[in-house]
Design a protein around this ligand. Structure first.
Ligand code: AR6
Length: 177
C-alpha cells in the first residue's frame, strides 16, 4: 500500500477510479469536474443524470467511459465560508464517503484531486493535512487498496501537499504511516 503525490492532470491517470470534485447536481461544471466530463465524453453526464444529484459530503460512482480510469467517484466538497460552518468536518466526510465506495467495489487504486481547494475556496494549507490523514487511515484499513495518488494541478499545490505530508510524518504518532 502506498501514497503518492504527483503533479499532473487527473484525466490522464490510469487507476481503478479517479475522484471528481463535483457539485451537487453531478451534471458537470468548471475546474476538474469540467475536465473529467470533457475527457470522459457525453456518456458520463448521461449516467450522472440517473443519479439525481449528490448531497455535499457524500459520494456516488459512475463508469469512466473514455477516461483511462475504470470508474469515477463523484464527491461534493464544501464551499469555504470562513471555516465556521463545519467545512473541515464536511471535507473529511467526502474522503470517508469516497473510501466507502472504494471499499464496496474492492478497488486497488484510486486517484484524488485536491477537493474543494479550487472554485470552492477551501484553503489548501488546511485541506491538505486533512486529506492526507483520511487517505492514510483508509490505506491502513482497506487491505485491497494498494495505491492512492493525489494529483495536484500546480507545482505550488504539490509543494503544499508535500509539506503537509512531512508535517504529518513528523507529528507524534505519525511515524511509520
Ligand atoms: N487534474 C487535477 N486537478 C485539477 C484539474 C485536473 N485536470 N483541473 C483542476 N484541478 P476545482 P472545487 C484542480 O475548482 O474547489 C466545479 O465547477 C484545481 O487546480 O476543480 O471542489 C464543480 O462543478 C484545484 O486544485 O474543485 C463545482 O461547482 C482542485 O482541482 C466546483 O467546481 C479542485 O478545484 C467544485 O470546486
Amino acid at each position: 500500500m502506498s501514497l503518492e503525490l504527483i503533479r499532473g492532470d487527473i484525466t490522464r491517470v490510469d487507476a481503478d477510479a479517479i475522484v471528481n470534485a463535483a457539485n451537487s447536481s453531478l451534471l458537470g461544471g468548471g475546474g476538474v469536474d469540467g475536465a473529467i466530463h470533457r475527457a470522459a465524453g457525453p456518456e458520463l453526464v448521461a449516467e450522472c443524470r440517473l443519479l439525481h444529484g449528490c448531497p455535499t459530503g457524500q459520494a456516488k460512482v459512475t463508469r469512466g467511459y473514455r477516461l483511462p480510469a475504470r470508474h469515477v467517484i463523484h464527491t461534493v466538497g464544501p464551499v469555504w465560508r470562513g471555516g465556521t460552518h463545519g467545512e473541515e468536518a464536511t471535507l473529511a466526510r467526502c474522503y470517508k464517503s469516497v473510501f466507502a465506495r472504494v471499499s464496496e467495489l474492492g478497488l486497488r487504486s484510486v486517484a484524488f484531486p485536491s477537493i474543494s481547494t479550487g472554485i470552492y475556496g477551501f484553503p489548501i494549507e488546511k485541506a491538505s493535512p486533512l486529506a492526507l490523514r483520511e487517505i492514510q487511515a483508509a490505506l491502513a484499513r482497506l487491505s485491497h487498496l494498494e495505491k492512492v495518488t493525489v494529483v495536484l494541478f500546480s507545482e505550488a499545490d504539490l509543494e503544499t501537499y508535500q509539506r503537509a505530508l512531512e508535517g504529518l510524518q513528523g507529528a507524534p504518532g505519525g511515524e511509520n504511516v
